[in-house]
Design a binder for this molecule. Sequence first.
Ligand SMILES: NC(=O)c1ccc[n+]([C@@H]2O[C@H](COP(=O)([O-])OP(=O)(O)OC[C@H]3O[C@@H](n4cnc5c(N)ncnc54)[C@H](OP(=O)(O)O)[C@@H]3O)[C@@H](O)[C@H]2O)c1
Length: 172
Amino acid sequence: MPVAIHVAVAANGVIGREGGLPWKLSTDLRRFKADTMGNPIVMGRKTYEGIGKPLPGRLNIVVTRDARWSAQGVETAGSLDDAITLANVRARCMSGASEIAIIGGGEIYEQAMEKADRLHVTHVLADIDGDTSFPAIDPAVWEEVRHSDHPAGEKDSHPTRHVVYRRRGSFG
Ligand SMILES: NC(=O)c1ccc[n+]([C@@H]2O[C@H](COP(=O)([O-])OP(=O)(O)OC[C@H]3O[C@@H](n4cnc5c(N)ncnc54)[C@H](OP(=O)(O)O)[C@@H]3O)[C@@H](O)[C@H]2O)c1
């Protein structure tokens, strides 16, 4: 099953501040929900705790080194590789699952970049203050498949450009 990173990133690389998101992007959250629905999603323990509950309609897998950590409605894995293996096993029994979605945060993205086949990136069109960043997207490694532009709606703090990238040389 292909592995896809889903991220929203500011022009200066920022993705988070004080355990949460440093913007309000309702339009993008709706797209994120539709894009990930029915698929396994993998996230770091800090991202899970920032959200505070499992995201409905998706198999939630939380990566943690703490073997005693648990939460209702989520599965846990002791490493990113274990999470991807678990997602592949579970996806066999999930009708319509099409990819493993890696949904953050910074530590998990850093490790997932070398494993991902695709990047679904919402470029937030502003520099934003924050404490967590996404790695640079190297154009020698990633090529754009498609993009769409979204002016800020009533419930959005910023305009965005959504870009899907694929790893150069892959057929996905
Ligand atoms: N803009 C976006 O699209 C987006 C998306 C998601 C999150 N975020 C933001 O990103 C920030 C959180 O990111 P973060 O980097 O602080 O934390 P994170 O990546 O969400 O979680 C880090 C935790 O994951 C576990 N972990 C990481 N690597 C591991 C490994 N190899 N094996 C086992 N466990 C591992 C550890 O949990 P334990 O400490 O329990 O061992 C670690 O403390 C928040 O501000 C959040 O809002 C932004």
